[in-house]
Design a protein around this ligand. Structure first.
Ligand code: GLU
Length: 306
């Protein structure tokens, strides 16, 4: 497996030159665009295989949306969560605002676009932001099997200073009554969850839990229910790569969630959790070389669920 992963990384690396690192968060513009790494957690063997730049740390960005969604579903239940956010793909970019005004239900289409994710973050319970963030981070540590996760404060500050697009989305959500309380506090929490640093190994382990019905394969602990893990896998299939989700379903065919930090988390039901890191992005905000590795891996191992 390790040799196969290395071969696929070597074959896909050149794709990075056709993409660009995210620059709308200035701190992300400093990242080396050529990095490419992969980790694959085999849930039957309880073994992790890595190749390329698999140990490099990057910010989780939008992959955090599935972490807060799991937590919100655990804490608030399905009815409350989906009264605030819908379940349908938008076909729009990750930071689109347009449907918030035109959709008759006056709520974000799904929890994977920024509008939906900000609404989900606002549901996390706690007496103040530091208690809420500690809860998010602790849950993340548990589901990634890594109790050393920390925030990249430079990226956090950088997004906080420049995140006017998300700020406008959040204020719009407040005007619709989707979020309540202090909008800037909700945004701080959202920017912070996006700035948690991970490696491809960490997200491969989260993928492994999702591919194993919510149970951590390394210690047998049920972290989320099978039902919640099905909800997350379904959202990843339909909306995990924004307006690139349909193409990814055809080319790779596995539940996945991308982030503008360059990560892609995948769960191959009953088999593997996979984490990929390649910060050069295509125009839809998804790792260009990362998708290439996953395409090849899916073909080699016949991973498509379809
Ligand atoms: N923090 C980023 C934002 O909200 C996350 C976007 C992403 O990874 O797609 O703009």
């Amino acid at each position: 497996m390790k040799l196969l992963l290395k071969k696929l990384v070597d074959q896909s690396r050149e794709w990075s030159e056709y993409g660009n690192v995210a620059s709308y968060i200035p701190e992300l513009a400093k990242i080396n665009p050529d990095d490419l790494g992969i980790s694959l957690y085999d849930i039957k063997k309880n073994e992790i295989y890595c190749a390329g730049d698999s140990g490099i740390k990057f910010t989780i960005q939008s992959i955090s949306k599935i972490i807060t969604l799991m937590l919100a579903l655990n804490e608030n239940g399905e009815d409350e969560v989906f009264s605030k956010v819908g379940k349908e793909p938008t076909g729009d970019p990750f930071n689109s605002i347009i449907k918030l005004e035109t959709y008759s239900k006056k709520k974000p289409f799904n929890p994977m676009i920024n509008a939906g994710a900000i609404a989900i973050t606002s549901l996390i319970k706690g007496k103040d932001n530091s208690e809420k963030f500690a809860k998010i981070l602790n849950f993340f540590k548990k589901i990634s099997g890594n109790n050393k996760l920390v925030v990249d404060n430079k990226v956090f500050k950088s997004e906080k200073e420049t995140g006017d697009r998300n700020r406008s989305i959040a204020f719009f959500l407040k005007s619709l009554g989707v979020i309540s309380g202090d909008v800037n506090d909700v945004l701080d929490l959202y920017f912070k969850q996006c700035s948690i640093m991970v490696s491809s190994k960490d997200i491969a382990r989260v993928g492994a839990v999702l591919s194993n019905g919510g149970v951590a394969p390394w210690n047998g602990e049920e972290i989320i229910s099978r039902h919640i893990s099905k909800i997350i896998n379904s959202f990843m299939v339909t909306c995990g790569l924004y307006d690139g989700s349909g193409r990814f379903a055809i080319q790779v065919g596995i539940p996945a969630k991308s982030g503008v930090g360059g990560g892609i988390l995948c769960s191959v039901p009953g088999k593997y959790g996979i984490g990929v890191y390649g910060p050069a992005l295509n125009r839809r905000g998804n790792s260009i070389a990362g998708i290439e590795v996953l395409k090849k891996l899916s073909q080699e191992l016949d991973l498509s669920i379809f």
